[in-house]
Design a protein. Structure first.
Length: 270
Protein backbone atom coordinates (compact mmCIF):
# COMPACT_ATOMS: atom_id res chain seq x y z
CA UNK A 1 0.00 0.00 0.00
CA UNK A 2 1.79 3.10 -1.27
CA UNK A 3 -0.93 5.60 -2.16
CA UNK A 4 -3.90 6.56 0.00
CA UNK A 5 -6.75 8.62 -1.44
CA UNK A 6 -8.18 10.99 1.15
CA UNK A 7 -11.55 12.63 0.58
CA UNK A 8 -11.39 16.32 1.46
CA UNK A 9 -14.75 17.86 2.33
CA UNK A 10 -15.65 20.34 5.05
CA UNK A 11 -17.77 17.97 7.14
CA UNK A 12 -17.61 17.08 10.83
CA UNK A 13 -15.52 13.96 10.18
CA UNK A 14 -12.80 15.44 7.96
CA UNK A 15 -10.36 15.55 10.87
CA UNK A 16 -10.96 11.86 11.56
CA UNK A 17 -10.25 10.96 7.92
CA UNK A 18 -7.04 12.99 7.97
CA UNK A 19 -5.89 11.26 11.17
CA UNK A 20 -6.68 7.83 9.70
CA UNK A 21 -4.81 8.65 6.49
CA UNK A 22 -1.78 9.78 8.48
CA UNK A 23 -1.83 6.58 10.56
CA UNK A 24 -1.98 4.38 7.45
CA UNK A 25 0.64 6.39 5.58
CA UNK A 26 3.02 6.09 8.53
CA UNK A 27 2.48 2.34 8.76
CA UNK A 28 3.08 1.74 5.05
CA UNK A 29 5.42 4.62 4.18
CA UNK A 30 2.75 5.75 1.76
CA UNK A 31 1.80 8.99 0.04
CA UNK A 32 -1.47 10.74 0.88
CA UNK A 33 -3.37 11.86 -2.22
CA UNK A 34 -5.83 14.54 -1.13
CA UNK A 35 -8.83 15.07 -3.39
CA UNK A 36 -11.11 18.06 -2.85
CA UNK A 37 -14.18 17.91 -5.09
CA UNK A 38 -16.43 20.97 -5.21
CA UNK A 39 -20.00 20.00 -6.20
CA UNK A 40 -20.26 23.04 -8.46
CA UNK A 41 -23.72 22.14 -9.84
CA UNK A 42 -25.08 22.65 -6.31
CA UNK A 43 -24.14 26.32 -6.53
CA UNK A 44 -25.35 27.03 -10.06
CA UNK A 45 -28.71 28.62 -10.75
CA UNK A 46 -30.62 27.95 -13.95
CA UNK A 47 -32.89 30.76 -15.18
CA UNK A 48 -36.16 30.19 -17.09
CA UNK A 49 -34.45 31.08 -20.39
CA UNK A 50 -31.84 28.37 -20.12
CA UNK A 51 -28.99 30.44 -18.74
CA UNK A 52 -26.72 29.20 -15.95
CA UNK A 53 -24.79 31.25 -13.44
CA UNK A 54 -23.17 31.02 -10.02
CA UNK A 55 -23.62 33.77 -7.45
CA UNK A 56 -20.08 35.18 -7.28
CA UNK A 57 -19.98 36.15 -3.57
CA UNK A 58 -20.95 32.58 -2.67
CA UNK A 59 -18.27 31.15 -4.95
CA UNK A 60 -15.67 33.49 -3.48
CA UNK A 61 -16.59 32.31 0.02
CA UNK A 62 -16.40 28.66 -1.07
CA UNK A 63 -12.95 29.12 -2.61
CA UNK A 64 -11.69 30.93 0.47
CA UNK A 65 -12.91 28.12 2.72
CA UNK A 66 -11.35 25.52 0.42
CA UNK A 67 -8.01 27.32 0.60
CA UNK A 68 -8.18 27.32 4.41
CA UNK A 69 -8.96 23.59 4.47
CA UNK A 70 -6.09 22.90 2.07
CA UNK A 71 -3.55 24.83 4.15
CA UNK A 72 -4.74 23.23 7.40
CA UNK A 73 -4.77 19.67 6.05
CA UNK A 74 -1.39 19.86 4.32
CA UNK A 75 0.12 21.34 7.47
CA UNK A 76 -1.06 18.26 9.39
CA UNK A 77 0.30 15.82 6.82
CA UNK A 78 3.59 17.68 6.36
CA UNK A 79 3.92 17.97 10.13
CA UNK A 80 3.77 14.18 10.31
CA UNK A 81 6.71 13.99 7.90
CA UNK A 82 4.65 12.40 5.13
CA UNK A 83 4.48 12.86 1.38
CA UNK A 84 1.28 14.30 -0.08
CA UNK A 85 -0.26 15.61 -3.26
CA UNK A 86 -3.33 17.81 -3.59
CA UNK A 87 -5.94 18.02 -6.32
CA UNK A 88 -9.00 20.23 -6.45
CA UNK A 89 -11.68 19.62 -9.07
CA UNK A 90 -15.23 20.79 -9.66
CA UNK A 91 -17.99 18.29 -10.33
CA UNK A 92 -19.73 15.25 -8.92
CA UNK A 93 -18.09 14.06 -5.71
CA UNK A 94 -18.61 10.31 -6.21
CA UNK A 95 -17.44 10.47 -9.83
CA UNK A 96 -14.32 12.38 -8.84
CA UNK A 97 -13.44 9.85 -6.14
CA UNK A 98 -14.04 6.91 -8.46
CA UNK A 99 -11.76 8.40 -11.13
CA UNK A 100 -9.00 9.31 -8.69
CA UNK A 101 -9.23 5.95 -6.93
CA UNK A 102 -8.30 4.06 -10.09
CA UNK A 103 -4.59 4.55 -9.35
CA UNK A 104 -4.66 4.60 -5.56
CA UNK A 105 -4.56 1.64 -3.19
CA UNK A 106 -7.43 2.62 -0.90
CA UNK A 107 -9.99 5.42 -0.58
CA UNK A 108 -10.77 6.76 2.88
CA UNK A 109 -14.39 7.84 3.39
CA UNK A 110 -16.64 8.43 6.40
CA UNK A 111 -19.74 6.42 7.18
CA UNK A 112 -22.96 8.45 7.31
CA UNK A 113 -23.98 10.23 10.48
CA UNK A 114 -27.31 9.12 11.95
CA UNK A 115 -29.52 11.19 14.18
CA UNK A 116 -28.67 14.74 15.25
CA UNK A 117 -25.44 16.21 13.89
CA UNK A 118 -23.80 19.50 14.83
CA UNK A 119 -22.26 20.66 11.56
CA UNK A 120 -22.03 19.41 7.99
CA UNK A 121 -22.65 15.70 7.53
CA UNK A 122 -20.28 13.54 5.45
CA UNK A 123 -21.57 13.10 1.92
CA UNK A 124 -23.23 9.75 1.25
CA UNK A 125 -20.99 8.38 -1.48
CA UNK A 126 -19.81 5.06 -0.02
CA UNK A 127 -22.27 2.88 -2.01
CA UNK A 128 -21.38 4.38 -5.39
CA UNK A 129 -17.63 4.64 -4.81
CA UNK A 130 -17.37 1.12 -3.36
CA UNK A 131 -19.38 -0.56 -6.11
CA UNK A 132 -18.12 1.40 -9.12
CA UNK A 133 -14.56 2.20 -8.12
CA UNK A 134 -11.37 0.19 -8.53
CA UNK A 135 -9.82 0.97 -5.15
CA UNK A 136 -11.34 -0.55 -2.01
CA UNK A 137 -13.07 1.86 0.35
CA UNK A 138 -12.05 2.17 3.98
CA UNK A 139 -15.25 3.44 5.60
CA UNK A 140 -14.63 5.00 9.01
CA UNK A 141 -17.34 5.02 11.69
CA UNK A 142 -18.81 8.44 12.54
CA UNK A 143 -16.57 10.31 14.94
CA UNK A 144 -13.80 7.72 14.74
CA UNK A 145 -10.24 7.88 13.41
CA UNK A 146 -8.59 4.78 14.83
CA UNK A 147 -7.00 2.64 12.11
CA UNK A 148 -4.54 0.08 13.42
CA UNK A 149 -3.00 -2.30 10.85
CA UNK A 150 -1.91 -4.54 13.73
CA UNK A 151 -5.40 -4.92 15.19
CA UNK A 152 -7.39 -8.14 14.86
CA UNK A 153 -8.95 -8.36 11.38
CA UNK A 154 -12.22 -10.09 10.49
CA UNK A 155 -13.17 -11.05 6.94
CA UNK A 156 -16.83 -11.68 6.10
CA UNK A 157 -17.07 -14.67 3.76
CA UNK A 158 -20.05 -15.76 1.70
CA UNK A 159 -18.26 -17.56 -1.11
CA UNK A 160 -18.97 -14.90 -3.74
CA UNK A 161 -16.64 -13.23 -6.23
CA UNK A 162 -17.16 -9.95 -4.38
CA UNK A 163 -16.04 -11.39 -1.05
CA UNK A 164 -12.99 -12.89 -2.83
CA UNK A 165 -12.11 -9.49 -4.31
CA UNK A 166 -12.49 -7.88 -0.90
CA UNK A 167 -10.18 -10.50 0.57
CA UNK A 168 -7.59 -9.79 -2.14
CA UNK A 169 -7.89 -6.04 -1.57
CA UNK A 170 -7.35 -6.49 2.15
CA UNK A 171 -4.02 -8.35 1.87
CA UNK A 172 -1.76 -5.37 2.73
CA UNK A 173 -3.78 -4.77 5.90
CA UNK A 174 -4.48 -8.30 7.07
CA UNK A 175 -0.85 -9.29 6.49
CA UNK A 176 0.02 -7.08 9.47
CA UNK A 177 -2.93 -7.99 11.67
CA UNK A 178 -2.36 -9.59 15.06
CA UNK A 179 -4.99 -12.20 14.17
CA UNK A 180 -7.12 -12.88 11.10
CA UNK A 181 -10.55 -14.52 11.24
CA UNK A 182 -12.76 -15.63 8.36
CA UNK A 183 -16.39 -15.36 9.48
CA UNK A 184 -19.06 -17.35 7.67
CA UNK A 185 -22.69 -17.12 8.71
CA UNK A 186 -24.03 -20.64 8.21
CA UNK A 187 -27.31 -21.69 6.67
CA UNK A 188 -26.66 -20.64 3.08
CA UNK A 189 -24.94 -22.25 0.10
CA UNK A 190 -21.52 -20.75 -0.58
CA UNK A 191 -20.06 -21.19 -4.07
CA UNK A 192 -16.48 -21.00 -2.79
CA UNK A 193 -15.86 -22.73 0.52
CA UNK A 194 -14.44 -20.72 3.39
CA UNK A 195 -11.68 -23.33 3.65
CA UNK A 196 -10.50 -22.29 0.17
CA UNK A 197 -10.29 -18.69 1.35
CA UNK A 198 -8.20 -19.79 4.33
CA UNK A 199 -5.90 -21.72 1.98
CA UNK A 200 -5.53 -18.63 -0.24
CA UNK A 201 -4.33 -16.66 2.77
CA UNK A 202 -2.10 -19.46 4.03
CA UNK A 203 -0.22 -19.58 0.71
CA UNK A 204 0.54 -15.89 1.24
CA UNK A 205 1.89 -16.40 4.73
CA UNK A 206 -1.29 -15.39 6.57
CA UNK A 207 -2.89 -17.77 9.06
CA UNK A 208 -6.64 -17.31 9.36
CA UNK A 209 -8.99 -18.96 11.84
CA UNK A 210 -12.37 -20.00 10.47
CA UNK A 211 -15.42 -18.94 12.44
CA UNK A 212 -18.73 -20.47 11.36
CA UNK A 213 -21.52 -18.54 13.03
CA UNK A 214 -25.14 -19.59 13.37
CA UNK A 215 -27.51 -16.65 12.99
CA UNK A 216 -29.86 -18.13 15.62
CA UNK A 217 -32.79 -16.28 14.07
CA UNK A 218 -30.96 -12.97 13.90
CA UNK A 219 -30.41 -10.94 10.77
CA UNK A 220 -27.16 -11.95 9.07
CA UNK A 221 -25.80 -8.44 9.63
CA UNK A 222 -26.45 -8.71 13.37
CA UNK A 223 -24.80 -12.12 13.55
CA UNK A 224 -21.77 -10.84 11.67
CA UNK A 225 -21.52 -7.68 13.77
CA UNK A 226 -21.78 -9.62 17.03
CA UNK A 227 -19.16 -12.17 15.95
CA UNK A 228 -16.77 -9.46 14.75
CA UNK A 229 -17.01 -7.40 17.91
CA UNK A 230 -16.72 -10.48 20.11
CA UNK A 231 -13.31 -11.09 18.53
CA UNK A 232 -12.19 -7.59 19.46
CA UNK A 233 -11.57 -6.86 15.79
CA UNK A 234 -10.38 -3.47 14.61
CA UNK A 235 -11.33 -4.04 10.97
CA UNK A 236 -14.07 -5.85 9.07
CA UNK A 237 -13.49 -6.75 5.42
CA UNK A 238 -16.47 -7.48 3.20
CA UNK A 239 -17.68 -7.49 -0.39
CA UNK A 240 -19.75 -4.60 -1.76
CA UNK A 241 -22.55 -5.35 -4.17
CA UNK A 242 -24.12 -2.94 -6.65
CA UNK A 243 -27.88 -3.39 -6.54
CA UNK A 244 -30.51 -1.70 -8.69
CA UNK A 245 -30.47 1.89 -9.95
CA UNK A 246 -29.91 3.07 -6.39
CA UNK A 247 -26.48 1.31 -6.34
CA UNK A 248 -27.08 0.23 -2.76
CA UNK A 249 -24.38 -1.84 -1.12
CA UNK A 250 -25.86 -5.26 -0.61
CA UNK A 251 -24.35 -8.44 0.77
CA UNK A 252 -27.64 -10.19 1.24
CA UNK A 253 -28.54 -6.82 2.78
CA UNK A 254 -25.61 -7.16 5.16
CA UNK A 255 -23.29 -4.37 4.01
CA UNK A 256 -26.20 -1.99 3.65
CA UNK A 257 -27.15 -2.74 7.27
CA UNK A 258 -23.60 -2.39 8.60
CA UNK A 259 -22.54 0.86 6.92
CA UNK A 260 -23.28 3.46 9.55
CA UNK A 261 -23.93 0.91 12.28
CA UNK A 262 -20.47 -0.62 12.69
CA UNK A 263 -18.23 0.87 15.38
CA UNK A 264 -15.02 -0.24 13.61
CA UNK A 265 -13.70 0.55 10.12
CA UNK A 266 -15.09 -1.40 7.16
CA UNK A 267 -12.98 -2.28 4.14
CA UNK A 268 -15.36 -2.64 1.20
CA UNK A 269 -14.48 -3.89 -2.29
CA UNK A 270 -16.65 -4.84 -5.24
Amino acid sequence: MKSILLHIYDDVDLGHRVAAAIALARAFDAEVACLQVTPLPDYITVDPFGGMYAYQPIMDEIRERETHIRERTLAQIDGAGLRSIWEQVDGNIAAGLIEAGALNDVTILSQPRRGHCEGIRPVKVIPEVATKGVAPVLALPAGEHRVDPQAVAAIAWNGSAQSARALRASLPLVARAAEVHLIEVTGRHHAIAVEAAARFLELRGITAAIRKVDSDGRAVSDALRDATLALGAGLLVMGAYGHSRMTEIVLGGVSNDLVGWMPIPLLLAH
